[in-house]
Ligand binder design. Structure first.
Ligand code: DHB
Ligand code: MG
Length: 234
């Protein structure tokens, strides 16, 4: 049976309750409240999305060809980064890029409190220049996982820099593939404001580029605001 619109909200609650508790959720308890107190916007991924990132990272970071390296664009308070890092092998590492100094400082303290400093490095700077530097530093096919969750209008630019860095068998993942606080992918002209429309339009273009990229096999998991997941196939 297909899920009706009315069932969607209740299903989201069920997912949060069942797949968003235990494990790292317990370690990170109180994160959202501390983030709010520190003045961060309440736009972090939710625990059930975190669990998806951990499962996907675990799948992509073991076995032949795995590098144990992951990159994130848009650290915010470090929540998604710690979920990704939790799926990496003991020797693995996540490099996460954050443009806002206050967010980066808060994230470092949360990562420290969770005992994950060895596996997560926060780099302060803008997404595009930091990724440009990183691609020179790490080279092509160096990543098991790339995750983007920063400026929606820059998603295609992040993809252009990150896709060559993902190894064959590695994953390229994007948050907000279906919406964010101010827009939804099915909104029509006139239903959303100018800036929100720009973000929606940019993500729509990004999704279509990802779905039709012959080097990737892409799908979209419609939890929270949509998580696009693509595996590099060649
Ligand atoms: C916004 C950004 C996000 O990455 C998100 O998941 C939700 C909202 C925002 O900028 O409003
Ligand atoms: Mg997001």
């Amino acid at each position: 049976m297909e899920m009706s619109g009315a069932k969607w909200g209740a299903t989201a609650e069920y997912l949060r309750e069942v797949f968003g508790s235990g494990g790292l959720s317990t370690t990170l308890a109180g994160h959202a409240e501390r983030a709010e107190k520190a003045g961060l916007p309440p736009i972090a991924i939710t625990p059930e999305v975190g669990r998806l990132l951990a499962v996907l990272t675990r799948l992509a970071s073991r076995g032949p060809g795995a590098t144990g390296l992951a990159v994130e664009v848009g650290t915010l308070g470090g929540f998604s980064g710690m979920w990704i890092a939790s799926g990496l092998p003991e020797s693995g590492k996540l490099i996460t890029i954050e443009a806002d100094a206050k967010h980066a400082r808060f994230a470092r303290s949360e990562i420290d409190a969770a005992g994950m400093t060895r596996r997560v490095e926060v780099r302060e700077g803008l997404g595009i220049p930091e990724l440009t530097r990183l691609s020179r530093e790490l080279g092509e096919m160096s990543l098991d996982v790339a995750f983007i969750d920063a400026e929606k209008t820059e998603y295609s630019a992040y993809a252009g820099l990150l896709k060559p860095m993902v190894r064959v068998g590695g994953l390229f993942i994007a948050d907000n593939a279906l919406g964010s606080g101010s827009w939804w992918i099915t909104d029509r002209a006139g239903e959303v404001s100018g800036p929100a429309w720009k973000a929606k339009d940019a993500v729509d273009r990004f999704n279509r580029e990802l779905a039709s990229d012959p080097e990737f096999e892409a799908a979209c998991v419609p939890i929270r605001e949509g998580v696009a997941v693509a595996v590099r196939v060649r």
